[in-house]
Design a protein around this ligand. Structure first.
Ligand code: ATP
Ligand code: MG
Ligand code: MG
Ligand code: MG
Length: 437
C-alpha cells in the first residue's frame, strides 16, 4: 500500500475526550472514529489490526475442534423470555420493536440463540460433545461507555458454547478453551493471566477471567508473580489429550479479581512475589451447567434411552477490546508498537527524497519485491517533510522501518529500524528484503 493512496487521517494533537493512552493513540493514528457514544467505525489501519486479531482468535478456536457458525445480531425476545433473562438483563439490553410490534433485541450475548439452535438440531448422545463459536458484533448499552473500544456499546466478541452430557464432558470443553485462550493472547504478545472469577448466582468455581495487567485496567487484581514469567507458546498442545495437568498448573498459584479476592491466601505469598495491580478483562470462560438448557429444555437422548439435560459452558473474547489492550501493553511516547502478529503492516518504507531518482527507484524496487513476496508493507511515497514521515511511522507503530535516503541509495543501502528497540542498522537493500521475507 502506498501512503499517497492510503486513507490514514492522523491527528497531531491529543484528542481531549480520550482519557487513556490506547484511546488517544487509536484516534491519533487514525484507527477508529466514534460515530455515536460507544460506537466506532474502523478505518483502514484499525480494520487491518482488528482482522489480524480476529484471525488469531479463529485459528486457535479452530485448533480445538470448535466449529465456526454465524448467528445474527438481532434476536427475538421470545427466547429470552423462555430463559427468564429478558427482564433480568435490564437496561444494558437494547430493545427494538419491529413494524409488527414484535419485541426484538440487539444481542448482548448468544446463550439463548445457540441453545435453541442446538436443541432443535441435536437428538441423541451421539451429537455431543459439541463446541460452536461465532465472531459477531454485540450491543450492550453500557452506562458509561469509555476508553474508546475498550468499553464500547457496540463491540466485536468471539463467543463459543459447549454442549455435553455431564460435568466431566463440560470440563473437557472448558479445559480446551482455557488452553486455547492462553495461546490466543500469547500470540498477540500479551501476558493474559487466568484469574478465578465470580460465577454470580450459579456458584461453583469454574469461571476464569483472562486479565492483562495495565494501570488503566478497570478491575483490581491480585496474583502470584509466577504468572508474569511463564512461556506459553513453547507448550506442545494436543487437544485430544487430557489437558487437566496444564489447567492445573495454571490455576494452582494464586490469581483472583477483587470479587474473588482472598486476602489470607494472598498474604501467604512471599511479599516480593505478590502482584497487586489493575487489569483489563480480555476473555471470560464459564461453566454454567444446566442454567439455560433447563428452562429451554435442551435435551438429548442418553445411551440408556433416558433424556439428558445438557451441560453447557460459554467462552467469550473481547476481539475489539483487544485492539486497545494490545496498545495499552505496547507503546511508547512516540506512538504504538505493534507486535508483528497483529501489525497492520509488517514494515514501512520511508522515501526521504521522492525527487531523487536513485532514491525513488530503490524504494519502488523494494516495494515491488516485498509486495510480490506477499509481505504487507506501507510505502511512504509522499512528497512531504522527512520529519513528518518519521513521526507518522513511529505513531502508527509498524514493527520495521526501512528508511531510504539519497546518500544511502547511491550505494544500495537502507537504514533498517526496529520500532520496538529503536535499534538502527545500515544494511543493503537486498539484506533488508531478506530480513522481511
Ligand atoms: P466487563 O466486566 O468489562 O463489563 P463482562 O464481564 O460484562 O465485561 P463478558 O460478558 O464476560 O463481559 O463478555 C466477554 C468479553 O467481551 C469480555 O471478557 C470482554 O473482553 C468483552 N467485552 C464485554 N463488554 C465489552 C464492552 N462494553 N466493550 C468491549 N468489549 C467488551
Ligand atoms: Mg459488563
Ligand atoms: Mg466482567
Ligand atoms: Mg466477564
Amino acid at each position: 500500500m502506498r501512503s499517497s493512496q492510503f486513507f490514514l487521517p492522523t491527528l497531531r494533537e491529543n484528542p481531549t475526550e480520550a482519557q487513556i493512552v490506547s484511546h488517544r493513540l487509536m484516534l491519533r493514528a487514525g484507527l477508529v472514529r466514534q460515530t455515536a457514544a460507544g460506537i466506532y467505525a474502523w478505518l483502514p489501519l484499525g480494520f487491518r489490526v482488528l482482522k489480524n486479531i480476529e484471525r488469531i482468535v479463529r485459528e486457535e478456536q479452530d485448533a480445538t475442534g470448535c466449529q465456526e457458525v454465524l448467528m445474527p445480531t438481532i434476536q427475538s425476545a421470545d427466547l429470552w423470555k423462555e430463559s427468564g433473562r429478558y427482564e433480568a438483563y435490564g437496561k444494558e439490553m437494547l430493545r427494538i420493536t419491529d413494524r409488527h410490534e414484535r419485541e426484538m433485541l440487539y444481542g448482548p450475548t448468544n446463550e439463548e440463540v445457540i441453545t435453541d439452535i442446538f436443541r432443535n438440531g441435536a437428538k441423541s448422545y451421539r451429537d455431543v460433545p459439541a463446541l460452536l463459536y461465532h465472531i459477531q458484533w454485540k450491543f450492550r448499552d453500557e452506562v458509561r461507555p469509555r476508553f474508546g473500544v475498550m468499553r464500547g456499546r457496540e463491540f466485536l466478541m468471539k463467543d463459543a458454547y459447549s454442549f455435553d452430557l455431564d460435568f466431566a464432558g463440560a470440563k473437557r470443553a472448558y479445559n480446551k478453551m482455557f488452553v486455547a485462550y492462553l495461546r490466543t493472547f500469547a500470540r498477540m504478545g500479551l501476558k493474559a493471566i487466568p484469574m478465578a472469577a465470580d460465577t454470580g448466582p450459579i456458584g461453583g468455581d469454574l469461571s476464569h477471567e483472562f486479565i492483562i495487567l495495565a494501570e488503566t485496567g478497570e478491575s483490581a487484581v491480585f496474583c502470584d508473580k509466577s504468572f508474569t514469567e511463564r512461556d506459553v507458546l513453547s507448550m506442545n498442545i494436543d487437544y485430544e489429550s487430557d489437558l487437566e495437568p496444564i489447567v492445573k498448573a495454571w490455576t494452582t498459584d494464586y490469581a483472583a479479581t477483587d470479587e474473588k479476592h482472598d486476602a489470607i491466601r494472598f498474604d501467604a505469598i512471599a511479599p516480593e512475589r505478590r502482584v497487586e495491580a489493575r487489569g483489563i478483562e480480555v476473555g471470560h470462560i464459564f461453566y454454567f451447567g444446566t442454567k439455560y438448557s433447563e428452562p429451554l429444555k435442551a435435551q438429548v437422548q442418553g445411551p440408556d434411552g433416558q433424556n439428558v439435560t445438557l451441560h453447557m459452558g460459554s467462552y467469550g473474547i473481547g476481539v475489539s477490546r483487544l485492539v486497545g489492550a494490545v496498545i495499552e501493553a505496547s507503546h511508547d511516547d512516540k506512538g504504538i508498537i505493534w507486535p508483528e502478529s497483529v501489525a497492520p503492516f509488517k514494515a514501512g518504507i520511508v522515501n526521504l527524497k521522492v525527487a531523487d531518482a536513485a532514491c525513488s527507484k530503490l524504494c519502488e524496487d523494494l516495494y515491488a519485491k516485498l509486495t510480490k513476496a506477499k509481505v504487507e508493507v506501507l510505502y511512504d511515497d509522499r512528497d512531504i517533510r522527512a520529519g513528518e514521515k518519521f513521526a507518522e511511522m513511529d505513531l502508527i507503530g509498524l514493527p520495521w522501518q526501512v528508511v531510504v535516503g539519497p546518500r544511502g541509495a547511491a550505494q544500495g543501502k537502507v537504514e533498517f529500524t526496529n520500532r520496538k528497540t529503536g535499534e538502527k542498522q545500515e544494511i543493503s537493500a537486498e539484506e533488508a528484503l531478506n530480513r522481511l521475507t
